[in-house]
Design a protein around this ligand. Structure first.
Ligand code: NAP
Length: 333
C-alpha cells in the first residue's frame, strides 16, 4: 500500500509517500481502508522527535474509512462498514485512567497516514452519518480529548463560563462546540484577531488576544470575577489559567504546546481552592459519549484545510506555524 513511512525525524520534508506492506487482520483485529486522515500536534512532535517512537513508523492517530478485512473472532463488524477509528489503544476497563501499556495510534503502532490501518476491533465505531469523510477523520483524537476534558473531568454544567486557551487549535475548536452544546458561555483567547472573530461567529461570547495586554484581567472582567472552567492545552499558560478562574474553579490540562515544564505559585491554587485536572485522550466510554454528542449536537469539526496524503508536509508546516483554525485533513485514495 501507499503510506508515509517516517524513517527519520526532521522537517516537513521527511514526510514522503512510499510503500509499506498491506496490514493483515489478526484475531480480534480489523483493517480499515482509509478515506481520510487528520493531523494532530502530536504528529508534529513525532516527526520532530519530541514525542519519541521507534522508527520506521507510519504516523497518524485520526482516520475514517471502510472496513476492508475482519480478523478471526470479530463479531458485529463487517467488510464495507463505514467507521471512525478510536486512537486510544489498550485503554482498558477503567474510567479514572488508562491501563499500563496504553498507547496512542500512530507511533509506535503504525497509524493513519496510509491507505490502510490495522487496529483492534474495539477501536472502530460507526462513523457519524451526517459528517463528511473529512469531518469524520477530523473528529476522533481532538474530539475525544475535548469531550473527556470538559464532560468527564471538568464536568461542565449549563450556565457555567468556560475559557478556552488558543482557540485556533484542533482540540480547542471542538471544545468550543462541546461547551456550547453543554449550555456553557464560552470565552476564548488567540494570537489572531481573525481567529477570535471566527470563534465569535461560532458562538463564543468574547475573545482576547493573548500576545499582548493583560488578557487575564480582560477575562476576569468579562466573566464577572473569573470563569468556572479553563481548558488549557498550552502548559506555559497554567499560571494565567489559574489566575483566570473564580474561587473554587477548575483548570483542565492536557497539553504542552508552549513547553513541557511550568513554574507555579502555590498560593493562588491553595487560597483560590482551584482544582487542577489532568486529562489524556479518553476511554471507549468517552468516545461513545462524543459520538452521541455529535449525533445530537448539529455541529461538525471545523476543517482548516484538506490536502492529498502526498502533501502531508505542507499540512505539517501550516500546523507547526500555528496558521490553522481547526483541523488539517489528508485525503486518501
Ligand atoms: N494529552 C492528550 O491526550 C492530548 C490530546 C490532544 C492534544 N494534546 C496536546 O494539546 C495541545 C493542542 O493539540 P492540538 O492538536 O489541538 O494542537 P494544534 O491544533 O496545533 O493547536 C495549537 C494551538 O495552541 C495555541 N497556542 C500555542 N501557543 C500558545 C500560547 N502561548 N498561548 C495560548 N495559546 C497558544 C494556538 O492557538 P491560536 O492559533 O488561536 O493562537 C495554536 O493554534 C498539544 O500540545 C497536544 O500535544 C494532548
Amino acid at each position: 500500500m501507499n503510506a508515509i513511512v517516517l524513517t527519520e525525524t526532521g522537517g516537513p520534508e521527511v514526510l514522503r509517500v512510499g510503500s509499506a506492506p498491506d496490514p493483515v487482520a489478526g484475531p480480534g483485529e480489523v483493517v480499515v481502508a482509509l478515506r481520510a486522515a487528520a493531523l494532530n500536534r502530536r504528529d508534529v512532535f513525532l516527526r520532530k522527535g519530541i514525542a519519541p517512537s521507534p522508527l520506521p513508523v507510519i504516523p497518524g492517530s485520526d482516520g475514517a474509512g471502510v472496513v476492508h478485512a475482519v480478523g478471526a473472532g470479530v463479531t458485529g463488524i463487517a467488510e464495507g462498514d463505514e467507521v471512525v477509528v478510536l486512537p486510544s489503544l489498550g485503554w482498558g476497563g477503567g474510567e479514572a485512567a488508562p491501563a499500563p501499556g496504553f498507547r496512542i495510534l500512530g507511533g509506535p503502532d503504525d497509524g493513519t497516514y496510509a491507505e490502510m490501518v490495522k487496529v483492534p476491533a474495539e477501536n472502530v465505531l460507526p462513523r457519524p452519518s451526517r459528517l463528511s469523510w473529512e469531518e469524520s477523520a477530523a473528529l476522533p483524537l481532538a474530539g475525544l480529548t475535548a469531550y473527556r476534558a470538559l464532560v468527564s473531568r471538568a464536568q461542565v454544567r449549563p450556565g457555567e463560563t468556560v475559557l478556552i486557551i488558543g482557540i485556533g487549535g484542533g482540540v480547542a475548536t471542538i471544545a468550543l462546540h462541546l461547551a456550547l452544546q453543554a449550555g456553557c458561555r464560552v470565552i476564548v483567547t488567540s494570537s489572531s484577531g481573525e481567529k477570535l472573530a471566527r470563534a465569535r461567529e461560532m458562538g463564543a461570547a468574547a475573545g482576547f488576544d493573548y500576545t499582548g495586554g493583560d488578557w487575564v484581567s480582560e477575562v476576569k472582567e468579562a466573566s464577572g470575577g473569573g470563569v468556572d472552567v479553563v481548558v488549557d492545552s498550552v502548559g506555559s499558560t497554567w499560571a494565567d489559567s489559574i489566575g483566570s478562574v473564580r474561587p473554587g474553579g477548575r483548570v483542565v490540562v492536557f497539553g504542552g504546546t508552549g513547553g513541557g515544564k511550568v513554574e507555579l505559585m502555590v498560593r493562588p491554587v491553595t487560597m483560590g481552592q482551584v482544582s487542577l485536572l489532568g486529562t489524556t485522550m479518553g476511554s471507549p466510554r468517552d468516545f461513545a459519549g462524543l459520538l452521541a454528542a455529535v449525533r445530537t449536537g448539529g455541529w461538525a469539526p471545523v476543517i482548516d484545510s484538506v490536502r492529498p496524503l502526498a502533501e502531508a508536509g505542507d499540512a505539517h508546516a501550516r500546523e507547526e506555524a500555528g496558521e490553522h483554525f481547526g483541523k488539517l485533513v489528508l485525503t486518501i485514495g
